[in-house]
Design a protein around this ligand. Structure first.
Ligand SMILES: NC(=O)c1ccc[n+]([C@@H]2O[C@H](COP(=O)([O-])OP(=O)(O)OC[C@H]3O[C@@H](n4cnc5c(N)ncnc54)[C@H](O)[C@@H]3O)[C@@H](O)[C@H]2O)c1
Length: 252
């Protein structure tokens, strides 16, 4: 599917979890729209592969090993991007991990890890990049949350759903703190995306397609387009918003 026409020429973007799936698509959209892109993932090899496929010369793309559970990884990524390109204009907190564990089987360690990946990551990233962006007088942060954080989702577990709800709240909290500084923080809340199909049984896929009023999963390119809108100059009036993209599964 062709990308919508956005122009991010001259802007510097960091995408987390960009080694595959939605994050990869987001990185591809920003790169196609003229941005320099920090392609980061906990899987350094996957980040490298995406960055190389976008720009074998590595001038407009930088692969970064970034585990979103670690504040020092965000700080290092910020420093590397600033050293290469002068500043970071846009951060997309896309990395996430859904483990489908029955509620009584969730251990304390697993609960904490899922919260660290899906919620604490948003806190750490906003903490690190809001200061940098505030100093620049401009910035866009977009957090990828989930329908699971609004109504429990279709196949999500308790820890994942709760963490995504927290990520939505953090988007509002930082948006409020930063309002008027030139920095905006917003979120998107997708329902089932086709990138999840590989992790679902045929039965689950059919059940979800039946549940969604428009009868299908969302495409990664549709998610990326919503992210780009919130990250664009024209998106400046979105402050603490959460865009729902769920094919009609949940309306508010
Ligand atoms: N797929 C869906 O149906 C769906 C629905 C709603 C929301 N979401 C959210 O959208 C985002 C992208 O989903 P996706 O389907 O592309 O997922 P995916 O599993 O295909 O890709 C996630 C990427 O994040 C990376 N990652 C995992 N843990 C990480 C960590 N600790 N630090 C850095 N990177 C890490 C993985 O290596 C992978 O490259 C996630 O936040 C997910 O929770 C997905």
């Amino acid at each position: 599917m062709a990308h919508l026409q956005f122009d991010f020429t001259g802007q510097s973007v960091l995408v987390t979890g960009a080694g595959r799936g939605v994050g990869e698509e987001i990185a591809r959209l920003f790169h196609a729209a003229g941005a320099r892109v920090g392609v980061s993932d906990v899987d350094a090899g996957a980040a490298q592969a995406v960055a190389t496929s976008l720009d074998p010369g590595a001038r407009s793309c930088m692969p970064l090993a970034l585990d979103v559970r670690r504040k020092e990884d965000f700080e290092r990524a910020r420093d590397q991007l600033v050293a290469a390109w002068g500043r970071v204009d846009i951060v997309i907190n896309n990395a996430g991990y859904a483990k489908r564990t029955p509620v009584q089987d969730i251990s304390v360690a697993e609960f904490d890890d899922i919260v660290a990946i899906n919620m604490r990551s948003v806190f750490l990233s906003c903490q690190v990049f809001s200061e940098h962006m505030k100093a620049n007088g401009y910035g866009r942060i977009v957090n990828v949350t989930s329908l699971a954080g609004q109504n429990g989702g279709t196949v999500a577990s308790a820890h994942y759903a709760a963490a995504k709800a927290g990520a939505t709240m953090l988007s509002k909290y930082f948006a409020q703190q930063l309002a008027g500084t030139g920095v905006t923080v917003n979120a998107i809340s997708p329902g089932p995306i086709s990138t999840a199909k590989g992790r679902l049984s045929d039965e689950q896929i059919a059940r979800i397609e039946k549940l969604v009023p428009i009868g299908r999963f969302g495409e990664a390119s549709e998610i990326a387009a919503a992210v780009a809108l919130l990250a664009s100059d024209q998106g400046g009036f979105f402050v603490g918003a959460t865009l729902d993209l769920n094919g009609g599964l949940f309306m508010r």
